[in-house]
Design a protein around this ligand. Structure first.
Ligand SMILES: [Fe+2]
Length: 316
């Protein structure tokens, strides 16, 4: 099940790409006429309408744990990344109990979090390999450039604009641009930081394949956990399905099963249908186990085979 309909996601990508084009046109115009500073007025009405639609759809499915494939569209990376981060952040905001007015501001801020990249030279932005030190420094400027672009916009609340400035700050310190920590970082930017990292890790790029949801969640809560607000991270883990419906997993004792349902708040203990015994023999009548009830069984690892393969084996 899609947490947000395909149609709404495309509407948002569309509205977002028009906003980006407007800013780019204004920027080119400013360069042509030799202006040193440019401050185009950013129209966000189109964005706001679609954001409201997204919030409505997300709140209509409060029990389904999110499967990232639901919100993935592989075309233009920056655009779909912005939309994914917006959807994930709104979902996390809802999980944190934010009221509607907060969700709207959060959605707008996270949608525009990387808008400063518009002013980063494309040869740096799209470089497939490692950035040099100078290039990395130039890249970091997207936070400040985004803030400069958004902070005086009459239609954009400062609490949305600050997400662009602070989304690379880290909970334990050591982020950029200002090396803030803990509650010095505005809460919407803390939400964005989690969703931004998660989406970046699970995305396929030209030069590497994305991590699976389970592996990405593991690095968020393992090696990277100091980057994020711990309470928000817990809430995020509640919302995301590490093993999306349809994926194959190995259970305690070696049995192989396909995930058939994952619910929010217990997504690490999905309902599965057992297809193969530990020794690889097929089970004549596959049966379901609710791992939330049967606490002695758990997922020990994900399998990279497709469920169809096992299904056809079973059928054959
Ligand atoms: Fe960024």
């Amino acid at each position: 099940m899609d947490v947000v309909s395909e149609e709404t996601r495309y509407q948002l990508e569309d509205a977002m790409s028009r906003t980006v084009e407007d800013i780019r046109a204004a920027m080119n115009e400013a360069t042509r006429s030799g202006m040193r500073h440019f401050s185009p007025t950013i129209r966000v009405e189109g964005l706001r309408q679609t954001i409201d639609q997204i919030i409505t759809e997300l709140l209509a499915n409060p029990r389904v744990a999110v499967n990232l494939q639901d919100i993935r569209s592989a075309d233009q990376y920056t655009l779909s990344h912005s939309v994914n981060v917006c959807i994930l952040s709104t979902l996390l905001g809802a999980e944190l109990g934010y009221p509607l007015s907060d969700l709207r501001t959060l959605a707008l801020g996270t949608l525009l979090h990387d808008i400063g990249k518009i002013a980063i030279p494309p040869e740096i932005l799209n470089k497939p390999g490692r950035l040099t030190l100078e290039e990395a420094e130039a890249m970091k400027q997207h936070t400040i450039l985004g803030w400069e672009l958004l902070k005086n916009q009459p239609e954009i609340p400062p609490t949305a604009a600050v997400v662009a400035l602070q989304h690379h700050e880290r909970w334990a310190g050591g982020g950029y641009p200002h090396g803030l920590s803990g509650n010095q970082i505005y809460r919407f930017a803390r939400v964005c930081a989690i969703c931004d990292c998660y989406d970046a890790m699970t995305s396929d790029r030209i030069y590497r394949k994305g991590l699976s949801p389970a592996m990405a969640l593991e690095s968020l809560s393992g090696p990277m956990h100091g980057f994020f607000d711990p309470q928000m991270l817990l809430a995020f883990l509640n919302c995301i399905a590490p093993w999306p419906v349809g994926s194959m997993v190995e259970l305690t004792g070696g049995r192989k099963a396909v995930v058939v349902a994952a619910e929010r708040g217990r997504a690490d203990r999905p309902r599965v249908r057992v297809l193969l015994e530990a020794d690889g023999t097929r089970i004549a009548t596959p049966y379901e186990i609710d791992l939330f009830r049967e606490r002695h069984v758990e997922v020990v690892r994900e399998l990279h085979e497709s469920a169809e393969q096992y299904m056809s084996e079973l059928a054959g």
